[in-house]
Write a protein that binds this ligand. Sequence first.
Ligand code: C5P
Length: 342
Amino acid sequence: MGQAAVKCTVVETHPPAKLNLYLELLGKRADGYHDLETVMIAIGHRDRLRVTRTEHSSISLECRWSPSVAVWRQRLPSAAPDTFSLPPAAQNLVTRALERFRSAFGVGGGFRVELDKRIPAGAGMGGASSDAASALLAAAALCGVEPNDPRLLEIAADLGSDVPFFLRPRAEAVADRATAADEGAAAGECGRSTSMALAAGRGERLTALIAAPKLHFVVIYPPEPLSTPRVFSHCQVPADPQSAAGWTLPLGGKDRREIPPLFNRLSEPAREISGWIEKALRALEGVGLRGATMTGSGSACFALADSARAARRAAALLSARRTGLCFAAVPASLPATIRTMT
Ligand code: C5P
């Protein structure tokens, strides 16, 4: 079973959101999914997840918005009433992840979970996927399972296309790639560059990339979430897809090479479904930010600022205009740290 003695009963972690810097569709598959290539980066905008191992065999989940729904509504006054509805606990990806973990590793007892959600839903920021990946890592820590046990990755890929990204290839994979590709410069950065990956297949096949170390994002979440299956159902696979080749070279090394242009093929169907996408992109450009694009299947959009100060300033300006909920963010390393509480 590969389990060591249990050393703790409560762990806490802060699952990060992600942004898609690049996303191209390559084909429609027989199983209904799309083959794609996407570059994802984790950012330091996070949920909070606390998992307690219990003797009782149930898996319980208490999930709430943070700050409260009332505060979210104040910040997004034109949001549809169901924007902040949460799925029943049994359907939450965290509960499903823990059920799968328990049966895969033959673990007795149960788990009690508290989840504070700060990552918006229907945003394309991977909140539910990140929570599920963190729940797997939390359960692994609580039950003495190695965090790089391949069964965790299998469960993650089954739960959703984005979940494996948040478990992440470890720093060694990045180091190997960096050493081969850029001899010294990028390799020196690998210790803090485990936040970005190229994902292929339906999103579950990952290659670690060297992240440009100084990216400053401004994110805007419009008052209308988007459903991933709905956006994909409106998409068109291009006859001549773009190549992700420019993204596989180490970025931001000695020469501080600029990142390739941000791009998202899914912004075409998302724009057809929601008028908010265009408004959000224009708002980002209107405050002088670069490369405005959508993340994942939307509805959140983001752009690049030249410094942390410029990002905070733009986010404050945009918040005052009420196009959506706005915040500045920087890359975060993966996987999220699991802290032992008791
Ligand atoms: O994998 P996940 O459950 O997140 O996918 C949600 C939906 O998004 C799928 O049911 C599918 O309709 C669509 N999808 C897709 N191709 C992908 C990823 C998702 O068509 N690569």
